[in-house]
Design a protein around this ligand. Structure first.
Ligand code: SF4
Length: 319
């Protein structure tokens, strides 16, 4: 690059923290790596282990093969289920086929699965706040019999609910939703159905809410916020929304080469964050790219400390 320092315009870069990998993503990736070490390549993975192409490509290089359904896994090889969780039918089918499987479902998603089971066993119908077709939602719906759970995505959906027994309801939520939108939906549910049972607040995980708080904080001072994440990553899409609501423009990018320096024409303070499935190496790739064009003054804006870790499945502990 031939941009002399003299010509470079100064841009303040506010980097949100916490950002990037959460404990559930970290664990899921480790499970695939350790499975390859233990069993040898190839190890099959049902669905993208986490929604990030870079992560998936790196694991492919080590010997992981990604498929969408169990039918695509040949007999006799181990299979890992992704961090988003799977319907109960999936491990059942794996057992029927005698497949060795490792479940990389985030423990915070598994917690919602157990709540779903408990509430249906207690005779309650579940109202599930989430996004249709997201694998986590499909996995959670698959914990209970058909017809025992109803999806709501919006306030209008709450208004339209016609439950058989309004006195026997529970609600649960996806872990990666917008904290603000979900609060409004939960309040609407509690107003319509005062006896509805639910978790304290909602099931949005610590990583999702910490990343939203951090981006909210930087968005106040930025003209533009770049969010590193995949278009199918729910928590990354929510970071874009939160930044926009905070008064900044926002762009979702997967890699540094998508950045157009023209975006920065009117920008003197730029924000940067990364979704829970995006590794820090991609954040550094973006700052390197920005430095090619601008005189970047980077500042880390930390709104919370995180020290969460989750145990690995038995038999797969790192040696
Ligand atoms: Fe678990 Fe939250 Fe990370 Fe999802 S975003 S894997 S629920 S910690």
């Amino acid at each position: 690059m031939n941009h002399s320092d003299k010509q470079k315009r100064q841009i303040d870069l506010l980097v949100a923290a916490p950002r990037g990998f959460c404990a559930g993503v970290d664990r899921a990736i480790k499970i695939v790596e350790l499975a390859i070490k233990k069993y040898g390549a190839p190890v099959y993975v049902r669905h993208e282990i986490v929604h990030n192409r870079y992560v998936v490509d790196e694991l492919k290089k080590l010997g992981a093969i990604f498929v969408e359904e169990l039918d695509e896994v040949p007999d006799g090889v181990p299979v890992v289920f992704s961090a988003h969780g799977v319907p109960k039918a999936v491990p059942h089918k794996a057992e029927e086929r005698g497949l060795e499987y490792l479940d990389a479902t985030c423990p915070l998603v598994s917690k919602v699965h157990r709540q779903a089971e408990r509430q249906t066993q207690a005779g309650r119908h579940i109202i599930f706040v989430g996004h249709a077709n997201h694998p986590e939602v499909i996995g959670t719906f698959g914990q209970v019999a058909d017809g025992r759970m109803t999806l709501v995505e919006t306030l209008a959906d709450v208004e339209a609910l016609q439950p058989e027994d309004p006195e026997a309801l529970a609600f649960l939520t996806q872990t990666t939703l917008s904290v603000d939108d979900t609060r409004a939906i939960v309040e609407a549910l509690q107003t319509r159905f005062p006896n509805i049972i639910g978790p304290k607040g909602e099931d949005i995980c610590y990583a999702t809410s910490n990343r939203q708080n951090a981006v909210k904080e930087i968005a106040k001072s930025c003209e533009l916020v770049l969010v590193i994440g995949a278009p199918n990553s729910s928590n990354s899409l929510r970071l874009v929304e939160v930044a926009e609501r905070g008064g900044a423009a926002a762009k979702l990018i997967q890699r540094a080469d998508e950045i157009d320096p023209a975006w920065m024409e009117e920008v003197s303070t730029l924000g940067l964050t990364a979704g829970a499935s995006a590794p820090e190496i991609l954040v550094r790739e973006v700052t390197d790219r920005l430095e090619e064009y601008f005189d970047i003054r980077e500042k880390n804006i930390q709104t919370a400390d995180e020290n969460m870790t989750f145990k690995l499945p038995r038999g797969l502990e790192a040696s």
